[in-house]
Every structure is written in structure tokens, then in C-alpha cells.
Design a protein around this ligand. Structure first.
Ligand code: DUC
Ligand code: ZN
Ligand code: ZN
Length: 481
């Protein structure tokens, strides 16, 4: 009997810290050996290719229900196909609570939808209503069930939490052991500016960026951190779009606050100018925070190199451009306030960050692996099962051609959403095969996997999210919510 089920032969294995020319032996879905030469009945030739850990995308919206009816267009099946096409093998998506309703009203249905996934997956739980029952009963039950991260919005109707409600969520997370992830933009400031823009007749997509300048993100980032510091609760700031917000994070990190931060591909290759394309086309680029400009893009790379920003996820959130359920839901001349936010990026994430990062000399290949796989896996309690190439880890791997030049098209993204904001972007570096727990699920762009073959990743307690014990005056208010 062969010692391994499959051997990846002759590639260059890259982890978050090391580069090794060796074979990878896979047995029962896990990495069983890394060695000079391994024999197996079945081999996959990786000569000339990099062998990377499968991407871990800790921020994507799949089949997420909306309070006003409907749900995100990308299903767990189409989302898995896009993920495998782009070299991602695990994702954390969002179970949403509707204000005034218990979490369980939406969670059971969401779990049923997710069970069709082909990639491995977990959930963040969005908290929109910090009621006593949610704080004292539902959050502890969720955490016990392996959902170890909560998401809160400091803006967006009807998701937004005020500061007191946010504090209640932070303190519940501290008591029971979960990470809190935060969407940071100032609710009142955006509302006020949007009303003023509309009153002045400024309704086109480009005014989306005008309604939420960098200051509203910087202010909310500062506040999110300050309140987390008050409670001594670890947090991750989602989708940082500009160096001004990153500076707030860097200052807190320098004080020893447990705050981490992600950014996304859209903030490196899209800009506010894209929302000013002719007609309604600008709608394709509307997402929040807004894409900025070349100066901010350069500033974000600096914060990546400094380590302020240590995760790049996609924030895949899709609404098709054609038809009447996506970006045109409120009509083709809808004001920017009525155009759904979000851009798709599950398949584009790795190619864009490799190309803009490694191929253009902004970061080295180990840093790339840390950003797209190792750091997100560690921060969300999936490591070492996910996020690295090590004995005993799941054999989630991407065979990567670092020199292949590709022009991104929506067909290559293999997603349900009918457009990509990256259409025509040239990238250097492309996935040629993806393995999920030892199964070859993508080869030369062809995805093959059984719906339902993905596994739910229940997450237990882990060190990164333990509070520091540094309370401003020693008083642990989280015991008295
Ligand atoms: N911003 C988010 O925070 N989520 C989904 C889409 C978006 O643009
Ligand atoms: Zn968000
Ligand atoms: Zn999001």
C-alpha cells in the first residue's frame, strides 16, 4: 500500500516564514510529510510552481439575508467555485441578526444554506440588537457552538449599534471569549452629509465617496479602539481603506492594545475616480468604506510592511450590475444612497495581492502567505489546522505560477455575480491548482467538487483573543453589563 494518497512533486513550498524545495506527502486529507523525495501512487507535478497554503478569506458575504428581504446573490456553491478558482480554500461568512429578533431566527436557516458549501467555512455572527437575551443567552450559546467572532457595524441602517450597545457586545465577548470585528464609519456624519448632498442634487454614484470621506472612517476607528480599550476586549478593524485610519490602529498597537486590522484588494487597485465612470457604471465600484486614491494605496502598503495591517480579505459582497435585483435594485438612476454597497473579490483576492504585492516588490512571498492565509487563520482560531503547510495541517494547498500573466475577466472569476470591478486588470501570478483537504478541486481553471463536501469549522478558545488584563483603573466592568 502506498504511504501517501498523493504527493506534490518538485515544487517550492512557501509558508509564512520559510521557503523549501521539497515534496509534500498527503495522507487522509492532511499533510503527512515534507521531504526531499517522496513516493506515491499518485503525484501532482509542481515543477516551477510555488506551493502555498490555501487562502483563508475571513470576510465574505455569501447568501447573507437582508432585513428588507432578499439575500446576497453569491451562494455557498457559487462562492465555493469562485474561491477554489482563485486559490482560497476556507472562508468565514456572516450570519446576520435582524434588529428586534433573536439570533436563532436567522441562524438555523443560514446554517442550512451553508451546508451546501464545497470549501470549509465558519461564521461571524452580526449583532444588530444588543438586547438582554442576546447578551446573556444567545452570545454565550453561539460561542459554545464554535462561532467565536462577532461583527458589529458603527454605521449602516438598520445594522448600526450606538456606543453603549457596542460596549455591551464588547463586554459579552470578553466574558465568554470571542473576537469582535468592527465596521468603522461614523453613522451620524454620513447620514448628515448624504442628506446634504442629495438636497444639493448630488445623486450620482461618485457622491458615495463624498458622503463618507476618510475622516468618518478615522473617527470611528479611533472610537472603536478606545471603547475596546476601556473594556480590554481584543478587536479586529475591518476593511481599512486609508493610512489615516491605519495610523489610529498603529498608535493603539504601540500602546499594547490587542487590535488587529484587515484591508482588501479594492483599496489597492480601485479609486474614488472609478465611481465617476459614465452613466451608472460607477455603481459597480460602490463599497464602504469608499475606495480612495493612489496616495492612500501607497500608504496602505507602508502599513502592511509595518505590520499594522496583517490580514487581506476580500469583503466579497455581490450585487450584479444587470437585472433589477442587484446594483439597479432601486432603478438605473437611483441616488447613491439607494445603490447596494459591495464588490465581489473571492477569486481576485490572491492574484491581485500577489501581483501588486510580490510581483511589484512591495512585500516578499512569505509576507503574502501571512496576509492571505496564516494571519487570518491565527486571528480567527483556525491555525494550525488552516493557514500553513506543516505536518498535521489540512492539505489545503495552491499550486501557484508566479510568472503567469493574466488579464482579469469576470469569466475567470467563476462567480454568480455578473461583473468584476477588476475587469481588464493585468496581474502577474496565478493559481494553477487548488487542493482542499487533499482533494484536487481546481486544475487549470476547472473546478470540480461536490456540493456539501465543505466542513463547518467550529472554533474553540485560543490565546490571541484572551484579554490583556490591562483595565484603565483595574475595574472589570464587563462583569456588570
Ligand atoms: N461594505 C461592508 O461593510 N460590507 C459589505 C459591502 C461593503 O461595501
Ligand atoms: Zn463592513
Ligand atoms: Zn463586509
Amino acid at each position: 500500500m502506498a504511504e501517501f494518497d498523493l504527493v506534490i512533486r518538485g515544487g517550492t513550498v512557501v509558508t509564512g516564514t520559510d521557503i523549501m524545495r521539497c515534496d509534500v506527502g498527503i495522507r487522509a486529507g492532511r499533510i503527512a510529510a515534507l521531504a526531499d523525495h517522496l513516493d506515491a501512487a499518485e503525484t501532482l507535478d509542481a515543477d516551477g510552481l510555488l506551493v502555498l497554503p490555501g487562502g483563508v478569506d475571513t470576510h465574505c458575504h455569501l447568501a447573507q439575508p437582508w432585513p428588507e428581504g432578499g439575500r446576497d446573490e453569491e451562494s455557498f456553491i457559487s462562492g465555493s467555485i469562485a474561491s477554489f478558482a482563485g486559490g482560497t480554500t476556507s472562508a468565514i461568512c456572516f450570519s446576520s441578526q435582524f434588529k428586534g429578533h433573536p439570533i436563532r431566527d436567522t441562524l438555523t436557516d443560514y446554517q442550512a444554506r451553508a451546508s451546501s458549501a464545497m470549501m470549509d467555512y465558519s461564521f461571524h455572527q452580526i449583532i444588530t440588537d444588543a438586547s438582554d437575551a442576546v447578551i446573556h443567552e444567545e452570545i454565550p450559546a453561539l460561542i459554545a457552538a464554535g462561532i467565536r467572532s462577532l461583527k458589529v457595524f458603527l454605521t449602516y441602517d438598520p445594522l448600526y449599534l450606538d456606543d453603549r450597545q457596542y460596549l455591551r457586545v464588547l463586554s459579552a465577548a470578553r466574558r465568554h471569549g470571542a473576537l469582535v470585528t468592527v465596521h468603522c464609519e461614523n453613522y451620524e456624519a454620513i447620514k448628515w452629509r448624504s442628506e446634504a448632498l442629495l438636497a444639493a442634487g448630488h445623486t450620482a454614484p461618485k457622491y458615495h465617496a463624498w458622503s463618507r470621506p476618510k475622516i468618518v472612517e478615522r473617527e470611528a476607528t479611533h472610537r472603536a479602539i478606545a471603547l475596546a480599550e476601556l473594556v480590554d476586549q481584543p478587536i479586529q478593524i475591518f476593511h481599512v481603506s486609508c493610512p489615516e485610519a491605519a495610523e489610529e490602529i498603529a498608535r493603539a498597537q504601540a500602546r499594547g492594545v490587542k487590535v488587529w486590522a484587515e484591508t482588501c484588494p479594492q483599496y489597492f487597485v480601485l479609486s474614488a475616480a472609478d465611481m465617476d465612470r459614465p452613466g451608472f457604471e460607477g455603481a459597480k465600484f460602490i463599497c464602504s468604506p469608499s475606495p480612495r486614491g493612489p496616495e492612500e494605496q501607497a500608504g496602505l502598503w507602508q502599513h502592511i510592511r509595518r505590520g499594522t495591517l496583517d490580514v487581506v480579505s476580500s469583503d466579497h459582497s455581490g450585487s450584479s450590475y444587470e437585472g433589477n435585483v442587484g446594483k439597479r435594485r432601486a432603478g438605473s438612476d437611483a441616488p447613491f444612497t439607494k445603490i447596494p454597497n459591495g464588490v465581489p473579490g473571492l477569486a481576485a483576492r490572491l492574484p491581485i495581492i500577489f501581483s501588486e504585492g510580490v510581483s511589484k516588490g512591495n512585500i516578499d512571498v512569505n509576507h503574502f502567505v501571512r496576509l492571505i492565509a496564516t494571519n487570518p487563520a491565527k486571528l480567527f482560531g483556525l491555525y494550525p489546522r488552516k493557514g500553513s503547510i506543516a505536518i498535521g495541517s489540512d492539505a489545503d494547498l495552491v499550486l501557484w505560477d508566479p510568472t503567469k500573466k493574466t488579464t482579469i475577466t469576470n469569466a475567470l472569476m467563476q462567480q454568480a455575480i455578473d461583473y468584476t470591478p477588476y475587469e481588464g486588470l493585468e496581474v502577474t501570478g496565478w493559481p494553477v491548482a487548488t487542493l482542499s483537504r487533499g482533494r484536487v478541486v481546481m486544475r487549470d481553471g476547472k473546478v470540480q467538487a461536490e456540493p456539501g463536501s465543505g466542513q463547518f469549522l467550529a472554533r474553540g478558545a485560543y490565546d490571541m483573543i484572551r484579554p490583556t488584563g490591562n483595565l484603565p483603573d483595574g475595574f472589570d466592568a464587563s462583569q456588570y453589563p
